[in-house]
Each structure stands twice: as C-alpha cells, then as structure tokens.
Design a protein around this ligand. Structure first.
Ligand code: GLA
Length: 716
C-alpha cells in the first residue's frame, strides 16, 4: 500500500489495501486517468497513457479521460474548472507541472500540480489515501500566482472515471421533508443525470452520496464504485455517460448562481469528494464508509465515545416549555435511565410559536424565572447532562434582532424577502454576523453547564442578495455562508471540546460529511413514525454510520401519519442507531415506563455493538414482510439482530434469518421463546439461520447472541 511513481515520474499508482488508482501524463502534458479497480499482478498490466487517433468532431481531449479537465480548447464534457481572466479570456489551459508527496494527519497524500502557464494560475489536485477502507479523499486547491484577478465560474472537487462497461446502474438517496434518504436505483442513460442542491443546504431532496455498479451487484457480491461529498451548501454530482459508454462522475460545489473572485496571491480550496471501490457488494461499501466516518470524520474527541441516551421533549411539548414542566419531564426521563436531557425550541425571547423570537437568544424569564441555571442544576442533580436547542442562522421578522438589523438578512433591493416558517436567513457571508453568532453561542456555553447543542436550520435560502458587497462578490454568498457557518462551529468546538453537537435542519436537511467533520450526530428526520423510519434509516445506512443517526421513540399514534405501533416496536427501531426518547412521559402509563426502562437498559448493553460494530442489512425493506438488520462487534463475539414483521398472513411461513459476519466455528448462544437457550456455530447461523417467532402486525424482536466456549462435538 502506498503511492508508487514510475521511473520517468509520469505515472502514479495510488494503492490502498484492495484497490489501485492510476494516473499518467501524456505527451501534451495532459493528466490522464488510466485505471481504477482491483490490483493487477504486473505493472505492464495497467493501461498505458493513450495517444488516440483524432477524428473531426472527436478530438484528442474528448477521447482521453482527463483527470481534471479545464473548460477551454475543444472540450464539451462537464469541466472541473471554468474561469474568466481579467482580460476576458475564457479559455483555460491546464498542463502538468510537478507533484509532491506528503503526509496529512498520518495519511499518505499525493498532490499533482497543473498550471496555466500564461496566467500563472496553479491547480493542486490532492489525493489523500485512506488505505484500510479503500477510499481516496480528493480535493482541489487553486492558487492565483498571477497579478490579475480571476473569476471562477465552476470549480469541482473531483472528476472520477469508471471502467468502461455497457450498463451502469446508479444508486442514490432522494427524499423530502419527513421522508429523507430513500434509496433509488436507476440505469444511467446516455447523457447526464444530475443530483444537486440549490437550496443553500445539503437538502432533504438528494443526499451527496452515490454508488455505481453494473446492475448485478448485491449486498455481498459485485464491484461497486461509490462516493460522498463533504459539503453542506449547494452541491452537484454530474453522471455523464458518453456515446462510447464511458462514465465520468464530476462533483463538488454547485456552479449554479456561483462565482468567486480570486485575487492575486489568493487560494480557493474545494470541499472533499471521497470515493472508494469494493468487490464485495453494497454491504461492504457501507461498512467501509461507516468505519471511515468513525475513524476520520467525527471529531477525534468524541468519535469513539459512546453516545448517551437522550431525552428531547420537542414532540411532547412543542413550544410550550417552562421550568416546572421541564423539571417534571427530567425526573421521569432520569428514572428511565436517560443520560442527557435536551431543552428544545421555545426557551428564549418571545418564542411561543414559530412566528416570533428567532434571533433573540436570551432566556425567557416568564418561562424560566430562575434563568436556565435552576433547570440545569436540577437536571445535573438527577444525574443527567443538559443540552440546548438553537437556530443561530435565522431570524423572525418579529424579533428584537430583526428590528435592530433588518439588513442582516439575505435580500435584494426592490424585492420582498420570501418567508418560510415565518423566518429569514441571516447573511453569514458578513463577518460581523459570524462574530455575533459565535459570541452569543460562546457565552451560552461559557455561562451554563451545557454539554450538548442541537443546531437547527429550518428553511432553505431565497433572494440570496448581499447589497452592500462589491459586485464581483455577489454570487459568493452560497459558499461564504457555509464557510462562515463552519468557522463558527470550528471555533466553538475548539473552545468547548467536550460539547456534543447535533446537526438538524427540519430533520435531515443538512446531513453530509462537511457538517459531520464538525458535529457528532444528526437529527435524521422529523418523521419519527417507527415503520416509516425503517426505510429512512435503511437509506441512511448506505451513506452514514448508525452512530451518527439519532433515532427516536415518540408517542403513538404518530403525529404525522396517525399509525399506532407498540412501544416495544418503537424502541426496537430506535435502538438501531443512537437512541433518543421524545414522547410525552407525563402520559406514559406505569407499564409503559417500566417497559421503557427495560429497553433503555437493554440498549445500554448493546449500544457499543450498534454504534461501533459492523452493520449488515440482512433483509431490506423492499424485500417483503420481514426486515432484519444485524450488528456484529469488532471481535465478532457479540451480535445483535433486529427483526421486524410488517403483517402476518395466515399460512405464510417466516423463513429463518441467515446471519452474516460471524466466525464459522465459533459457538454463539441466544435465547428463543420456543427452545430457551440455543447454541449454534457461526457457520450454522450463516447457512441455516435462526428462526424468529413473530406474529400479527408490526411485531418485532431484538435477539442478542454471544460467543460461548467451544464444545467438543465437531463433526468436520
Ligand atoms: C425543527 C426540528 C425539530 C424541532 C423544531 C423546533 O422542525 O427538526 O426537531 O427542533 O425545529 O422548532
């Protein structure tokens, strides 16, 4: 595993544990993509740098696979970079200059420099290897070494080229508010398919993750090329299949309504676009992404700490929060074994509904006469940490902040600002607003014993105007907002390293690896209906680790679709990620409280396996009546199986569930109602499976298996 360079230093072999990625320079000093996939035995096996024959209408640049193509010359594919020089030249030339090998946080990294020799614009293509998970992180650093400004109109993080096959199948995640991360699969047509967000946030509608296979891969078999973007603003990923059935996948910041003025001596760094390859199906691809996130994305301070069981009363009380009510809920939550109590919306300003108060981040003394201190101490005395909801990027027109600074919101002159949820977006492109938000957040964390922040963002952008900025910077707001937002979080995290941050945006509207570099978990969806959640959580699992996924036990019937399911079922669904309780505990019966206490204590026993183990989607939601998800710990001696029955039809036999990821001759013990203690080998559990006894509608079970000492009845 390493980055190898051939003798004449014109070819790079980027090797991870099980894959290799090859780039070369041709005679015209273009950087060509040569190979991506399985390792081959001999150097001579790898494709050579092409010098294809040109035809009219099919010139050289159209035929080769350019590693990072400029818009210039005879080129028509989605470019990596498009610029306008100050003299209005719009033709960009990028030629190979040199390369550098470095280590970034202990990971081997290759930087290849391309340059436009006339204008002295330098582009550094970076490849950071995540060797054990067969992933490459790519990003681009562009530096203006000339003496004129350059206007960037498009700058993507990477272009990936797949091996040529006849039919590419794309898997991606789509959705909407309260219905995020649904998996969809489609054959890629000739031409372009674009996934994107133009809403200022990652969005509920598409998530910046993809997987491409030949249409035949499944959970355990087949070659998958997959990728994920680390950006929380406007993004796009363009899948472009040309008439020779070659697929280029180009992605990064969305160029829609974007431009950036790069002055002399300035740099622009794109977000990371991470991609990987596996020959072992979708399950392996997901597990690699999960472990990559735990080891490389989540904050080093908290990545391997177990997530606490959380209580949040949003669904139970909505804006109707006050000291007395929250204390009562806190007592109940503590009696169940909850470890973190979070106060949601409604605690500040004149925030009695969603029409007022956003922006006024001082405690509402009518609701909390003893400030927050009294509630926090009470929560701490009950043995729980305290957390708080905020939505710092927003303002209601009906607020002191808006009255003071009506010009702080994005707006165009001569145009009204469209409100959504009665709120407007603060212009984080402005330094003073970034400072203002940092200051009040920092004060909150300095003044109170707050161990958790739920950072919300409840509307997409509109009228993205910034009237007092120079003309040349008007279209920079999409990127500057995200940069300002990241800056606040980065500063807060370094000052308050022990505070856990949760990202929420009307549920799952801002879930991506950019935000996860700065937060610990996400509010997966505002939809907490346990049955709906099976699909949302399953889609989520293709791209993100279970530990990141907050999963909720709320009241039944569910407020969104009025479905009724048992408390046990609701718990079992929520225990597949990081567990949160959000029901109105004042209304739970003694029997429900007892059941909840038992489930929380069961979760504490298994959460390490769920949060840090390997996840297997055994029976997906699309396959019928049964859904099964399994988690196996690192040593493969502890296993948790979650099984859900939708509705039983008389006469329909439930087939045994075949486990995965176990050690063949290790013995595993579990309990079932019919036989009591059962001991079977890993091989038997994989080959024959395990019978689950589920009945009726919306039944479910959690089965825990543990390694037992081997016995002496081996027959083979
Ligand atoms: C959004 C969030 C909810 C809740 C409300 C508060 O809708 O997704 O969880 O915090 O805001 O207003």
């Amino acid at each position: 595993m390493s980055i190898k360079i051939n003798n004449d230093k014109k070819k790079w072999f980027i090797e991870t544990k099980n894959m290799v990625y090859v780039i070369g320079v041709d005679e015209k000093k273009n950087l060509q993509h040569l190979y991506w996939g399985e390792k081959l035995p001999y150097v001579s096996d790898y494709p050579r740098v092409l010098l294809p024959q040109e035809f009219p209408f099919d010139n050289f640049e159209q035929i080769i696979k350019e590693e990072f193509s400029p818009w210039g010359g005879i080129r028509y594919k989605e470019p990596g970079l498009k610029v306008i020089y100050e003299d209005q030249v719009r033709d960009l030339i990028l030629k190979y200059k040199t390369y550098k090998l470095i280590d970034i946080d202990k990971c081997k990294t290759l930087i290849i420099y391309l340059t436009d020799p006339i204008y002295n614009l330098e582009v550094g293509l970076t490849y950071r290897l995540i060797e054990e998970y067969d992933l490459i992180e790519r990003w681009v650093n562009i530096e203006n070494k000339g003496n004129q400004s350059v206007k960037i109109e498009q700058i993507l993080s990477a272009q990936w080229h797949l091996p040529d096959i006849q039919d590419y199948r794309l898997s991606y995640l789509y959705g909407r508010w309260a219905s995020e991360t649904k998996l969809s699969r489609t054959e890629l047509p000739y031409g372009k398919k674009i996934l994107e967000s133009r809403r200022g946030i990652t969005s509920h509608h598409f998530n910046p993750w993809f997987a491409v296979d030949n249409g035949q891969a499944d959970e355990d078999f087949g070659k998958i090329y997959y990728g994920i973007l680390a950006w929380s603003g406007n993004w796009k990923i363009v899948f472009e299949k040309d008439s020779c059935s070659r697929l280029q996948i180009a992605g990064g910041i969305n160029d829609f309504d974007f431009s950036w003025q790069l002055k002399p001596n300035e740099c622009f760094v794109t977000p990371k676009f991470i991609a990987g390859y596996t020959n072992n199906g979708f399950g392996d691809a997901s597990r690699k992404l999960h472990h990559y996130q735990l080891d490389y994305i989540l904050s080093r301070n908290a990545n391997h700490k177990i997530r606490p069981v959380l209580y949040n009363s949003w669904e139970a009380t909505l804006f109707n929060v006050n000291e007395e009510g929250q204390k009562k809920l806190a007592e109940k939550a503590a009696s169940l074994g909850v470890e973190l109590f979070v106060l949601d919306d409604g605690w500040f300003g004149e925030r009695n509904d969603d029409k007022a108060g956003l922006g006024d981040w001082y405690v509402n003394k009518r609701k909390f006469p003893h400030d927050l201190t009294s509630l926090i101490s009470y929560v701490n005395e009950l043995g729980m940490d305290f957390g708080l909801w905020v939505e710092p990027e927003m303002v209601n027109k009906n607020s002191k902040l808006y009255n003071l600074h009506p010009d702080w919101v994005y707006h165009f002159p001569n145009r009204a600002c469209s409100e959504s949820r009665n709120q407007l977006v603060l212009n984080l492109a402005k330094k003073e607003i970034v400072e203002y938000i940092y200051d009040f957040m920092n004060k909150l964390l300095d003044n109170y014993n707050i161990k958790f922040i739920k950072w919300d963002m409840n509307r997409p952008f509109s009228e993205p105007g910034w009237p007092d900025a120079p003309k040349s910077q008007q279209q920079e707001i999409w990127v500057r907002h995200v940069q300002g937002f990241y800056q606040i979080l980065d500063k807060l995290r370094s000052k308050h390293p022990d505070v856990i941050f949760e990202s929420c945006s009307g549920g799952g509207g801002r879930v991506d690896l950019g935000i996860l570099l700065r937060t610990d978990q996400v509010w997966t969806s505002d939809n907490t209906d346990a049955f709906d959640r099976l699909k949302i959580q399953e889609g989520f699992s293709y791209a993100y680790a279970p530990k990141i996924m907050m999963s909720w036990v709320t009241d039944s019937p569910n407020w969104l679709n009025q479905r009724e399911v048992s408390l046990d079922y609701r718990f079992n669904v929520a225990m597949m990620g990081s567990l949160g309780i959000g029901g109105n505990l004042n209304k739970w019966s003694d029997a429900e409280m007892m059941l909840a206490k038992g489930k929380i204590s069961q979760y504490k026993e298994i959460r390490k396996i769920v949060q840090h183990g390997d996840q297997y989607r055994l029976l997906p939601t699309c396959k019928g009546n049964l859904v099964a998800v399994e988690y196996v710990n690192e040593d493969k001696d502890k296993v948790v199986l979650f099984v859900f029955l939708h509705s039983q039809q008389f006469g329909e036999k439930l087939l045994p569930i075949k486990l995965k990821g176990l050690i063949n001759d290790t013995l595993y013990q579990y309990y079932d109602e019919e036989n009591g203690k059962v001991i079977l080998s890993g091989k038997a559990l994989k080959e024959i499976g395990l019978k689950v006894d589920l009945k009726g509608d919306f039944d479910s079970k959690v089965i825990i298996l543990e390694k037992k000492n081997n016995r002496n009845d081996k027959v083979i």
